[in-house]
Design a protein around this ligand. Structure first.
Ligand code: TYD
Ligand code: MG
Length: 458
């Protein structure tokens, strides 16, 4: 096979250069040139006529109302928690990127999903990372019926594309995108240009009436998916598999989804026989101590369409170094610094001589500011050595002026708390409706000092 012609394109400005150079000749940025395949094979084909030659059969321009808005048919994965993050199941012709740390359970999850999909339609599992024996051993451990799951151990993109064309599966797994290489490029597998080219070709195949493709992606030490950022733009859905290595709980989170909501969360537990779904995850993020202890406060966060009760723990201890420690697990450290300043200025509680540690229980990560008030009260409770009243939840965003601002979907959060047996809630005033939520007494809070004062009285 003749080698396809390649040239070097700048990842910043898109400018092209026939040779690799340290600096892009077009935009003068350094180290941005990566090898790419020239579409059409040779330089002569890049004329305007040739570029549009393949598009003669293109569709006519239509207005939006002429597009029939059919519901997208979905292929359920057999795991409702996984379907939740996918937006209801695999969409034919779509591409999903599943990223996560090594050993977190990506291959396990996908093999379990293939088991159910294979009962209703054709599937294909492409392994570039593990040998067929390793995949088969995992399948036996998971008690997956191997007869219906065709396996291809291959890392050549061209051969994989050929197989996908002839086998015509409905769902195909590529484990992983970093192991593939295209013969058109000289770069090594896993390099930026290879990952990008392979993902782009597979996406093109999927969009042209091909299978739903799931690409497994490695993450770098910083937690981003290894390879170019463009990978996240090419695919339809980006999922991250997270979890604390110390616990068996695993979270699948949707970061981007063209076919569903983002920030959806699927919760699993890793067991001896694979991933098991956790359908009532709130109970998981509460520590199960009997009596209330100082420094602990339960909040309700919203993860996608689902409210989650999470326990926040704070520990304040006299600092012995000139710079007291400020540490958070699962929460933003900058946000903590802000809350400490608000606490001092508006409620008169000073913590400058204290080491402060704040933790969201069970490795959950909270990105939304709705947990602010709970963090603040957990700190006050720890500082005073006095537990918060039992069976109470707290939520609300804290502003720099010391105001407590309403959060989204306050009613749903209250209902979740009531369902879990909480009877009292400190919430922003605007989140309280006239009819209220049965079984829970909502106490309106306008300002930070008011919440701190309420604690003193109770
Ligand atoms: P794996 O799916 O290979 O992770 P990834 O593809 O993300 O690298 O999962 C590997 C881990 O899961 C490994 O440490 C063993 C554990 N595991 C179980 O605890 N139970 C099981 O049934 C299976 C298959 C794996
Ligand atoms: Mg794997």
């Amino acid at each position: 096979m003749a080698k396809a012609r390649t040239l070097y394109a700048c990842t910043e400005c898109g400018g092209q250069s026939p040779k690799w150079q340290g600096q892009c000749p077009h935009c003068a940025v350094w180290n941005t040139l990566v090898e790419t395949v020239v579409p059409g094979g040779n330089a002569g084909s890049a004329t305007v006529e040739n570029r549009y030659a393949g598009l003669t059969a293109a569709r006519a321009v239509i207005t939006l109302d002429q597009v029939s808005a059919e519901d997208i048919a979905r292929i359920p994965s057999g795991l409702p928690e996984f379907d939740r993050v996918l937006g209801g199941g695999f969409v034919p012709g779509s591409v999903v990127l599943l990223g996560g740390d090594p050993g977190i359970g990506k291959s396990t999850l996908l093999l379990q999903a293939l088991q159910s999909v294979s009962a209703v339609s054709q599937v294909l599992y492409v392994t570039g990372e593990e040998s067929p024996e390793q995949v088969a051993a995992r399948a036996r451990r998971l008690k997956v019926d191997g007869r219906r799951i065709p396996l291809l151990a291959e890392i050549s993109l061209e051969k994989i594309v050929d197989t996908l064309r002839t086998q015509r599966p409905t769902v195909a797994i590529i484990d992983s995108i970093q192991t593939l290489y295209s013969e058109a490029l000289t770069a090594a597998p896993g390099s930026v240009s290879q990952v990008r080219e392979c993902a782009a070709q597979l996406t093109r195949l999927a969009k042209a009436g091909g299978p739903a493709i799931v690409l497994v992606g490695h993450v770098t030490k910083e937690g981003a998916i290894a390879g170019p950022r463009v990978l996240e733009h090419i695919v339809d859905t980006v999922l991250y598999f997270e979890g604390d290595s110390g616990s068996s709980f695993r979270l699948v989170r949707a970061i981007k989804n063209r076919f569903g909501a983002v920030n959806e969360l699927g919760v699993f537990a890793m067991t001896e026989t694979g991933l098991r779904e956790v359908s009532n995850p709130s109970a998981l993020f509460l520590s199960h101590t009997g009596d209330p202890v100082p420094g602990s406060c339960v909040t309700v966060t919203q993860e996608g369409s689902r409210p989650l009760a999470v326990e926040i723990q704070a520990l304040l201890d006299e600092a012995h170094a000139p710079n007291p420690k400020r540490l958070t697990v699962g929460l933003e450290t900058n946000r903590l610094a802000m809350l400490l300043a608000v606490l001092h200025r508006h409620a008169g509680v000073a913590c400058f001589d204290q080491d402060v540690f704040v933790n969201a229980v069970a490795g959950v990560k909270i990105a939304e500011p709705a947990a602010d008030l709970a963090v603040l009260l957990a700190m006050v409770s720890s500082l005073r050595g006095k537990p918060l009243p039992g069976k109470m939840v707290v939520f609300g965003e804290v502003g720099l002026a010391g105001e407590v601002r309403p959060v989204q979907r306050g009613q749903e959060r209250l209902r979740e708390a009531a369902k879990l047996g909480f009877t009292r809630a400190l919430v922003p005033r605007a989140n309280i409706t006239r009819q209220g939520v049965e079984g829970i007494e909502a106490i309106p809070i306008d300002r930070v000092e008011q919440a701190v004062h309420w604690l003193r009285e109770h």
